[in-house]
Design a binder for this molecule. Structure first.
Ligand code: ADE
Ligand code: ZN
Length: 350
């Protein structure tokens, strides 16, 4: 559809800093969101009580106070602990539904969300319980909120290749519920090459592939994700800017990067939002998108991330429109649905 190329170039008042109403109205796709990372402290405490799970916190304030991270691992330790309150199908439903209601408020029209089955199965929870709760909420969101979605099963890279194969085996009865596989958790020391064979099996079954790479890990991990895992998108990827040849390749091949600005600030990949390079990535022609990663832990959902960028990076209306357009083009939707979202975008920015 040639008339739908580079819609962002038609933005009215392109140089103006984007305001909240404009940012909310943009139809946005979210492509990097860990559903376990959207567990708000209020729901965490409620589920802890409902399921008689002990937590080291007595109040919402105490939970929020604990969210002071110095790097990815200090976050992951708390993130995995908080997931311990999720036991039953209804818990996974409540978690997912709460996220989808926020999507609805923030103009997120499509979401491709990650989940970490191993975090739950290693606590003895059947993978079917996890699938059932999440997919019931996604289906309700389609009918009640008009939000379209997909699910991406992430392997935990700090666990072994064999663990990943076992997880994939358990997921096989549910493969019709997922778009693809991903790779998350502690990056440094766990290169993509460790998961080459399980990704090959997933791709052979027709699944898409994505992987976290270049968040804390070096550019070589991005090359491995592309060459060995043959991913369709790179999650984060901000460290690609350290390697000129890599940037050129990502631009040439149009590989989407699902960047998470507020996450990067909270996990000290960048010291502050004003230092974030996402707008430079756009200027270089990279297919960058904005995402929330783990919104309840990092203090902001997708619209909040856009707002932080307008405030601290003086992001313009044209840049915001470009990021929204990139998000729709980088998603795994196609055909009429993709065109409908692009048409909607065109009207909003006119
Ligand atoms: N799991 C949840 N959030 C993550 C992130 N930002 N990086 C790696 N693994 C994660
Ligand atoms: Zn992530």
């Amino acid at each position: 559809m040639s008339k739908l190329r580079d819609i962002w170039k038609t933005t009215s008042r392109p140089e103006e800093v984007a305001d909240t109403a404009f940012l909310r109205a943009l139809p946005k796709a979210e492509l990097h969101l860990h559903i376990e990372g959207s567990l708000e402290p209020e729901l965490m405490l409620k589920l802890a009580e409902r399921n008689a799970v002990a937590l080291p916190y007595n109040s919402v304030e105490e939970v929020r106070e604990a969210y002071q991270f110095t790097n990815l691992q200090t976050f992951l330790d708390i993130y995995y602990q908080s997931a311990g309150v999720l036991l039953n199908e209804q818990d996974f439903y409540d978690l997912t539904w709460a996220y989808l209601l926020t999507c609805h408020e923030q103009g997120v029209v499509h979401t491709e969300l990650f989940f970490d089955p191993q975090t739950h199965t290693e606590r003895g929870i059947d993978i079917g319980v996890v699938f059932d709760g999440i997919t019931r909420a996604l289906s309700d969101a389609a009918t009640q909120l008009g939000i379209t979605s997909g699910l991406i099963l992430c392997f935990l890279r700090h666990l072994s290749e064999q663990d990943a194969f076992e997880c994939f085996e358990q997921a096989k009865p549910y493969l019709h519920h997922i778009l693809g596989v991903g790779l998350d958790s502690s990056e440094v020391g766990h290169p993509p090459s460790k998961f080459e064979r399980v990704f090959a099996q997933a791709r052979d079954l027709g699944l898409k592939a994505v992987a976290h790479a270049g968040e804390e890990g070096p550019p070589s991990y991005i090359y491995e994700a592309l060459d060995l895992l043959k991913v369709d998108r790179i999650d984060h990827g901000v460290r690609c800017l350290e390697d000129e040849a890599l940037v050129e390749r990502l631009v040439e091949e149009g590989i989407p990067l699902t960047v998470c600005p507020q996450s990067n600030v909270r996990l000290k990949v960048f010291e502050k939002m004003a230092d974030h390079t996402i707008l430079q990535m756009l200027d270089r022609g990279l297919m960058a998108t904005v995402n929330a990663d783990d919104p309840s832990f990092f203090g902001g959902y997708l619209l909040d991330n856009f707002q932080f960028m307008a405030n601290d990076l003086a992001m313009t209306r044209a840049q915001a429109a470009r990021l929204a357009e990139n998000s729709i083009r980088s998603s795994f939707i196609s055909g009429d649905l993709e065109n409908n979202y692009l048409e909607k975008l065109k009207k909003v920015i006119a």
